[in-house]
Design a protein around this ligand. Structure first.
Ligand code: SF4
Length: 223
């Protein structure tokens, strides 16, 4: 990349950052997932609101013991407003079933709630603008275990720049909640030879869930 194009890219990023800062500052009024979902639907905290079709808040049980976190909506998710649809979503469903849970019994979310155009990697200011929504989801769901899908989600939620290979195979703690990092299902579709490693991660997720007091199956019963 030439100096000029590097400079232009930095300038563009700075302008976008300022724009995000200008839009940031919403104070959450939500006391439950439904009202938080409504806040996400109308969110304009970063420029992705200009290009999205639908926000993708996430779906599943509000009482889930397990929270799965991916990166950002893709083309189909943006059209349908649901996380993990299409072949990667089907594989994720199988991964969840492999540890004797159901898709309806867990909660599935993404770091970003709107699709970056062209499936670009999320930019730092977009992550920062959207991060409070994920934090609120964690606070409201109170999962016993978190599982991140892919390097990007793991780095964002753990708060590190380490590679996924270094983050896998360990149990991290996020606000005292155990977190296990595994591969994104879309990656596993491209590299099926790594599915056995994902299976090891999923077994760790199951073990961590089983260690939690009062966890038996598919999510806390509704109060
Ligand atoms: S990506 Fe997140 S912060 Fe940006 S507009 Fe969508 S919901 Fe708001």
């Amino acid at each position: 990349m030439s100096f000029d194009s590097q400079f232009d890219a930095l300038l563009e990023e700075a302008v976008l950052r300022l724009d995000a800062d200008r839009r940031t500052g919403v104070r959450f009024l939500s006391t439950d997932l439904n009202s938080l979902r409504k806040e996400v639907t109308t969110c304009e905290r970063c420029e992705l609101c200009d290009t999205r079709n639908k926000t993708v808040f996430g779906e599943g049980s509000p009482n889930a013991h397990l929270l799965l976190i991916g990166e950002a909506p893709g083309f189909q998710e943006d059209k349908q407003g649901q996380p993990f649809v299409g072949p990667a979503g089907e594989l994720l469903t199988k991964m969840i079933q492999a540890i004797e849970l159901t898709r309806e019994g867990v909660f599935i979310a993404n770091v970003l709630k709107c699709r970056p155009p062209g499936n670009q990697d999320p930019l730092p200011h977009q992550i920062e603008s959207c991060r409070p929504f994920l934090q609120e989801q964690i606070r409201l769901i109170r999962p016993r275990v978190i599982c991140t899908l892919g390097a990007f989600a793991a780095r964002t939620v753990i708060g590190t720049d380490q590679s996924l290979s270094r983050l896998r195979g360990r149990i991290h703690l996020v606000e005292k909640t155990p977190l296990i990092a595994t591969f994104h299902p879309a990656y596993l579709l491209r590299r099926p030879e790594d599915k056995f490693k994902a299976w090891e991660d999923l077994k760790t997720v199951k073990r961590e869930l089983e260690k939690q007091p009062g966890v038996a199956g598919f999510g806390r019963p509704s109060p």
